[in-house]
Design a protein around this ligand. Structure first.
Ligand code: HEC
Length: 284
């Protein structure tokens, strides 16, 4: 590694750990996150914490295909859509207000546990509440299309900032625990847990795919996927991806924005504390 790269790496590690100190206050949760990240540090010693924003592209097992991905990134296939996304985000609503007026919390603090609503709130939920409050129709399809574009337009404004969700109240800890249970429970006819693929088998091949590390998961969402583009719906939210992963093991997917997927998203976000956002992403 060259010196500036090394320094940046050291800096990222420092920022990562200091971010962890103040957002995640529960000592048990903090310890679990540190253990999870240490597992990947040991498994992939050359991959720095911030590299995990690149998903599977970050792993040495994917090195041959990374060159293709880098070439593609010179003219990313999502750029034209992102222009549309930014225009949609900035378009005044019927009330005359902008969507941004509803978002006081940075994207690095989503999802969050709301003590008033007593539930995990996602960007998608706050987006739909905002639309309703300002005389617009809420978005019905929460997997692809407009919702993904708007979430991408919001999240990209925080690119490079480290993820840092709050696990600081009994309700937040309970949601984290629910997400954890989902993550480690085997399901479907194939009887696989999320962790079986994305922790124990990260970097291994599965039917021609290389499995990404769970660390960094969802930092790059919404994603523009080649596979989805072939079906005419290239964009997908995190919950679209979760549904796909459930179906892969022949388990019934939950609805996007279901309590289960929101808890799972919160848990995955907490595990990725200290990884910078990098939105949108292209994936195979
Ligand atoms: C049978 C193996 C398998 C299981 C089980 C599985 N996945 Fe996946 N998952 C994949 C494959 C293959 C991909 C695409 C390649 C990659 O990025 O790992 C993927 C991709 C993902 C991605 C996208 C990563 C990115 O940056 O693009 C997320 C997020 C994800 N899975 C979460 C989960 C969660 C949460 C669960 C549990 C509900 C789960 N997966 C269960 C195989 C699996």
């Amino acid at each position: 590694m060259q010196k500036p790269v090394l320094m940046l790496f050291a800096l990222t590690l420092l920022c990562g750990s200091s971010a962890m100190v103040w957002a995640v206050q529960d000592p048990k949760v903090k310890k679990e996150i540190a253990e999870y990240q240490a597992y990947f540090k040991k498994r992939f010693p050359t991959v720095g914490l911030s590299d995990y924003s690149d998903g599977v592209n970050a792993l040495p097992q994917y090195a041959e295909r990374r060159a293709n991905w880098e070439l593609l990134m010179e003219f990313p296939p999502y750029e034209a859509d992102m222009d549309k996304a930014r225009a949609l985000w900035n378009k005044p609503m019927k009330s005359g207000k902008a969507l941004a007026s509803c978002f006081s919390r940075p994207a690095t603090k989503y999802p969050y546990y709301s003590n008033e609503a007593k539930e995990i709130r996602t960007i998608e939920m706050d987006l739909n509440d905002c639309l309703k409050k300002n005389g617009e129709e809420p978005i019905k399809n929460l997997k692809h299309g407009k919702v993904a574009l708007l979430v991408a337009a919001f999240r990209e404004q925080y690119n490079g900032q480290t993820w840092n969700v709050d696990v600081d109240s009994p309700g937040a800890v309970a949601a984290y625990e629910a997400g954890k249970k989902f993550y480690w429970t085997k399901r479907g006819q194939l009887n696989f847990s999320c962790a079986n693929c994305h922790v124990h088998s990260a970097g291994n091949k599965l039917r021609g795919d290389v499995l990404s590390a769970g660390l960094g998961h969802t930092t790059g969402f919404p994603v523009y996927r080649t596979k989805w583009a072939l079906k005419g719906k290239p964009w997908g939210t995190v919950h679209r991806r979760y549904g796909g992963c459930n179906k892969q093991v022949r388990a019934k997917p939950f609805k996007p924005q279901s309590e289960q997927y929101r808890a799972l998203e919160f848990y995955e976000a907490a595990l990725s504390t200290g990884v910078p956002l990098k939105v949108p992403s292209q994936r195979q």
